[in-house]
Design a protein around this ligand. Structure first.
Ligand code: FDM
Ligand code: MG
Length: 212
């Protein structure tokens, strides 16, 4: 028995361009884990339900205008306001499947021209994901799927810049999944990597902080 090895849930983040399939795959993963008898919750950032989240939502729908630095810090604040609840859930054994996280924050803001180190700074100290699955699709292919909505960043030219900025963030904890496969093939691949991550966390892998 080792007190430093407490079983816990896994922090799993899905990242990718708009229309890469993140949201559907996140829900499928939660159902899958529940079917395996594991407890799991679906989370997403931005979390538009909070006061900060409503400011973000207004900005994204072009109902308000904000300086690029200001909106960047709001996205970060929206994660900070959820940090302690995330930790509590993970420690109580719940796996969190999170649709976008700090990597979206940095990729989207640096794609606008903000300095990448400046963009990363407010994320320091947030919980580090145990796994980042990047749903890889070219901006052109993504644009051809069902089309974008009307939100601020849903434009092909900007998505191309975001794709370039995501690449800079890839590290050893990332798993790149080809998002051009069938939904079922992407799903199967995700199930495998997520399940092994959950198993590691059940064995007591330590929680860490960004950026690591
Ligand atoms: N986005 C999302 C950011 O610019 N920064 C962030 O920190 C996060 C989490 O918000 F265009 C962008 C990415 C996307 C938009 O996201 C809304 P959803 O997933 O479409 O709701
Ligand atoms: Mg969107």
């Amino acid at each position: 028995d080792d007190n430093n090895k407490e079983s816990r849930g896994a922090l799993v983040v899905l990242e990718g361009l708009d229309r890469s399939g993140k949201s559907s795959q996140c829900s499928r993963l939660v159902s899958y884990l529940e079917g395996q008898g594991l407890s799991a919750e679906l989370w997403r950032f931005p979390d538009r339900t909070t006061n900060v989240g409503q400011m973000i939502s207004a900005y994204l729908s072009n109902a308000s205008q904000l300086d690029d630095h200001t909106i960047h810090l709001l996205f970060s604040a929206n994660r900070w306001e959820k940090r302690s609840l995330m930790e509590t859930k993970l420690k109580s054994g719940i796996t969190l499947i999170v649709d976008r996280y700090s990597y979206s924050g940095v990729a989207f803001s640096s794609a606008k021209g903000l300095d990448i180190e400046w963009c990363k700074a407010p994320e320091i100290g947030l919980l580090a994901p145990d796994l980042v699955a990047y749903l890889d699709i070219s901006p052109d292919k993504a644009a051809k799927r069902g089309g974008y909505g009307d939100e601020r960043y849903e434009k092909l030219e900007f998505q191309k810049k975001v794709a370039e900025h995501y690449k800079v963030l890839h590290d050893a904890s990332w798993k790149v999944v080809d998002a051009c496969q069938t939904i079922e093939d992407v799903e199967k691949q995700l199930q495998e990597i997520v399940l092994s991550c959950v198993t590691e966390c059940q064995k007591g892998k330590a929680l860490s902080s960004l950026w690591s």
